[in-house]
Design a protein. Structure first.
Length: 66
């Protein structure tokens, strides 16, 4: 498995974790730990997208072809 493939797989996992964390957010009175989790996941995703873009600049900003 190439580095790019590993990064893409990790991106899929992060997107799933972000979706799950967003589902835990209540409409009101958001708890700081949940929001912190979401922000950390999004930061990690952004870094990963940057790495993917460096390895495959023509990769649509890291978006996966589904």
């Amino acid at each position: 498995m190439t580095r790019l493939e590993m990064l893409k797989r990790k991106l899929i996992e992060l997107e799933a974790a972000i979706d799950e964390t967003e589902k835990r957010l209540p409409a009101h009175s958001i708890k700081p730990p949940v929001m912190q989790d979401l922000l950390e996941l999004e930061d990690e995703r952004d870094e990963l997208l940057g790495e993917i873009a460096e390895l495959a600049p023509d990769n649509n900003n890291g978006k996966l072809n589904e």
